[in-house]
Design a protein around this ligand. Sequence first.
Ligand code: NAP
Ligand code: MG
Length: 464
Amino acid sequence: MIAHDGMYIGGEWRPAYGTDTFPVVNPADEQVIAHVPAGTAADVDAAVRAARAAFPGWAATAPADRAARIAALRDALAARKDEIAETVTAELGAPLALSRAVHASVPLLVADSYAELAASYPFEEKVGNSTVLAEPVGVVGAITPWNYPLHQIVAKVAPALAAGCTVVLKPAEYTPLTAQLFAEATQEAGLPAGVFNLVTGLGPVAGQALAEHPGVDLVSFTGSTAVGRRIGAVAGGAVKRVALELGGKSANVILPSADLARAVNVGIANVMSNSGQTCSAWTRMLVHTDRYEEAVALAATAVAKYVPGERIGPLVSAEQRQRVRGYIDKGVAEGARLVAGGPEAPLETGFYVAPTVFADVTPEMTIAQEEIFGPVVSIIRYEDEADALRIANGTVYGLAGAVWAADEAEAVAFARRMDTGQVDINGGRFNPLAPFGGYKQSGVGRELGAHGLSEYLQTKSLQF
Ligand code: NAP
Ligand code: MG
């Protein structure tokens, strides 16, 4: 893998202020594939200055011009699709087929949607005797996680650019190479210098310096609830705008009338994809007591197809593997019934965890309450619809979910009562224009579509 040994600031690759680097490890074979500079507060400061200097010019461009640059960025990413997929596979460990179909592809849809929205969004509207202007918030500090390395970047940078904001990105420690490729693409797309800047580094150093920098007007963070809480506090203290996309513990609610086999199979696929490292994964499967054992048997069969090292990749790091195994041990200790997988490593090399299914999980167990972020599904029994709703809503999270029923209207009626930001009805398809984000402790704010764009705008009212 080719890694830059500097930061992308002001339209060029510049040496870091410090000399520290950190290694990038391939989670499938545990080999170090690159070293990347560990940014400090000085690098963050240089990047924020570059973004501030570029802001007035970029904010003043016509929306159609910004749309054209975003379209060019999309094309630059499309031209490097294979390289992106290989890089995501190398640093995240995702099977190449998944990297191609999801990691390198979904960001193109999202970039496309913002090229269109930048051109069509009503940046000016009449309200009674006022004209309301939607203006960019300013300099955005974007802090992203490793689980969908490019998608998380594009879901922040594309709407920020569409709004007229400039950006400093601090990507996750585990996946900096994809971020460097993205920076190259912004250069190829002809974005003016300083509109997009990249500082690689560690969260508590570079990430914290970015969140705290007085030259940052909005912090957009995706990651854990623990870190999100701190970032929210820092932003609140400085009266900065903040968007937080945090953890989840979503419910897959299979109502008694549903096509059980389909609901279970899609539900298992949803969790196993990306080795369970998806914040919106439906990690709690809720099944009516009359069909419970049938669902457990279907789940055990479905999960057997996810052979580690073939259809399912490793976790991103030894640390994550340890965390997930700890949860599996906890599930066993608290009395859940292991029907597939378990804590033993399925392969000798690589940070693999066996695809795991627990039955007889009760709603208050740790594995039913806390985010595991690994290939682990908990099947929970419910007695009636009221019970299912109480269980579905019974965590601190509310990011996503699914409802299955023979009749769409029945599923929708249940979904309306769920405390969560997204619900897939009978296996609904991904929509890049639908707002994505959390109720309760899953976050503040929304990404994607017009709602995602409005996060980067502030209004000014002119009265006549
Ligand atoms: P994380 O530790 O919270 O890290 C997320 C980002 O924040 C990384 O870039 C990280 O840098 C940085 N960071 C860490 N400490 C920081 C600090 N004190 N100040 C500023 N930035 C800091 O989360 P993760 O372990 O990478 O990702 C897993 C978690 O993210 C899961 O809980 C998952 O649910 C959540 N997640 C949520 C969504 C969503 O859309 N809601 C999407 C993906 C993941 P380092 O990489 O250097 O630590
Ligand atoms: Mg971290």
